[in-house]
Design a protein around this ligand. Sequence first.
Ligand code: 13P
Length: 256
Amino acid sequence: MKTYIVGNWKLNFNVGEASIYLHKLQRKMPNYRDVEVVVAPSAVALQPLSLQIDRHKMKLAAQNAFYRDYGAYTGEISFAQLRGLVDYCIIGHSERRHIFGEDDKMIQKKVAAAIRNKIKPILCIGETESERGFGETADVIRDQLVGGLADVSEEDIDKVLIAYEPVWAISSTKAAKMASPDEVAEVVDLVRSVLGELYGEKVAKETAVLFGGSVNPSNAGAYLTVPGVNGLLIGGASLILSEFTDIIETAKRVRA
Ligand code: 13P
């Protein structure tokens, strides 16, 4: 399986800045066949960047989209409109869940809409600090997985990536804490066992599971060597070219 290094730019970079960053990133980066590098700019930059991107080196992801393909949904962008522009879409990010009120039902529909439009969903799951404190982590992870995947058939599950992002470890969260490799390993294990219950052992083993939350060049290696982790979803550090390329190099080294 490839190692996935995904940069989630969130609400940063205007179109010009995004284009310059991509230009520099592509110039600096060789083509690593076993590391899939993905960047997720804001929606306005997707169209121009889709013309600029060297798809042999990296891929584009959207950060969000709406589950209806067209219609009277003012302000929304659909997966149907993104079809052909992006290869991936981040779905159910904790910022979407907690700031914009997305629930598992909506996320379920978005995952299905992405697959219907040939876009691979990166389904984000993760518990908050208080859920962890109350010992609810396993229940939250299970609910988010079962909910998000409810419409995904056995035939389509190989298009889905899972990203475990404990909300308390995301750098924008007040007083973010770093997740320990053991804490990550425990939840990734649980993710794979739920996948096994839903789709069988092969899927449990072969689904890409990423980790995200305050990943930087100094801890990337430790997270990438957690058993069962196939990649990283990176916020802050993906905005700094030297840090992002450092993490990509680390992924390459860890695989070698
Ligand atoms: P940070 O890497 O800034 O903690 O963000 C993680 C994240 O939310 C990526 O989707």
